[in-house]
Design a protein around this ligand. Structure first.
Ligand code: ZN
Ligand code: ZN
Ligand code: ZN
Ligand code: ZN
Ligand code: ZN
Length: 283
């Protein structure tokens, strides 16, 4: 009897322990309310032109209660077009036409089309620069008008270094106009290598006593008989000299005239005196 009682007591105790352990979580859950200390957030998604979005949601991780439910945001419906720039085709690479996409949802609204490569370069001449005596030049080159690819490289032409002498002929002067000496210039760079200098007035060229160029009369015998007066002799004085030469001649004539008239006058006076004296004596 005592043994049976003891085993009954143990099995009852075990059973009550099992039952207690089974009911324990239920009793604690029912007894203390969840304070939602640990929460999980669900980020919202913005709506696009074609798809609706969601607002942000919050759920308690401990009790699983949804604290803030996510709300549906309806789709906006309208795309906002944005230009996609085109790429021009070059001689070697294909290009793309201009396209368009939605600024909000990135949906392609206008598909870009491939432009095939043109294939052929279009030659364009690059002008050459001639080398001068001091500065180097460049040969003529060529590039593609479309893709700017250099097709013919320009080569450097070294500076020639030496001037190409060109004679500037002298300008002869005469008794009226000054002349110029011979000069030298570089025919390539135009640098004056030897400047022209003005010459002095030239000599008169006489023909039968008169200069054939300026008409100046050759001075008479009191000058040296050389047909060419020296260069130092000033030309403008010569006409005065010529006038001076004439003066003594006219002087000679007038003196002779004075002598003749003087003689005649004294003769007439003498005759009149004689006649007057005879009349006086008659009276
Ligand atoms: Zn909770
Ligand atoms: Zn869109
Ligand atoms: Zn090209
Ligand atoms: Zn030169
Ligand atoms: Zn002259």
């Amino acid at each position: 009897m005592k043994r049976i009682k003891l085993s009954k007591l143990i099995s009852f105790g075990l059973a009550s322990l099992i039952i207690f352990s089974m009911f324990q979580p239920m009793t604690t859950f029912a007894a203390t309310e969840c304070s939602h200390q640990v929460v999980e957030k669900f980020p919202g998604t913005p709506p696009t032109c074609g798809n609706s979005g969601l607002t942000e949601g919050v759920k308690c991780t401990a009790c699983g209660e949804i604290l803030t439910a996510q709300q549906i945001i309806p789709a906006t419906g309208n795309h906002v077009p944005e230009k996609i720039s085109g790429v021009p085709a070059t001689c070697g690479a294909s290009g793309l036409t201009e396209g368009a996409k939605c600024k909000n949802c990135n949906k392609v609204l206008v598909e870009q089309q491939t432009i095939p490569a043109t294939g052929n370069h279009v030659h364009e001449i690059i002008s050459g620069i001639p080398a001068t005596c001091g500065v180097s030049g460049l040969t003529e080159g060529a590039k593609c008008k479309n893709c700017n690819k250099v097709l013919v490289e320009q080569q450097t032409i070294p500076a020639t270094g030496e001037h190409t002498i060109q004679i500037v002929p002298a300008v002869p002067g005469d008794c009226k106009n000054v002349g110029l000496t011979e000069g030298k210039v570089c025919s390539v760079c135009n640098e004056v290598l030897e400047a022209q200098i003005s010459t002095e007035l030239g000599n008169h060229i006489y023909e039968s006593g008169k200069c054939t160029i300026c008409g100046y009369k050759k001075p008479s015998s009191n000058k040296p008989s050389s047909s060419k007066p020296s260069n130092s002799e000033p030309v403008k004085l010569n006409p005065n000299d010529a006038d001076f030469d004439d003066v003594p001649k006219t002087g000679d004539i007038s003196t002779q005239m004075v002598c003749v008239f003087g003689g005649l006058f004294s003769f007439v006076v003498l005759c009149l005196t004689v006649v007057y004296a005879k009349r006086k004596m008659v009276k």
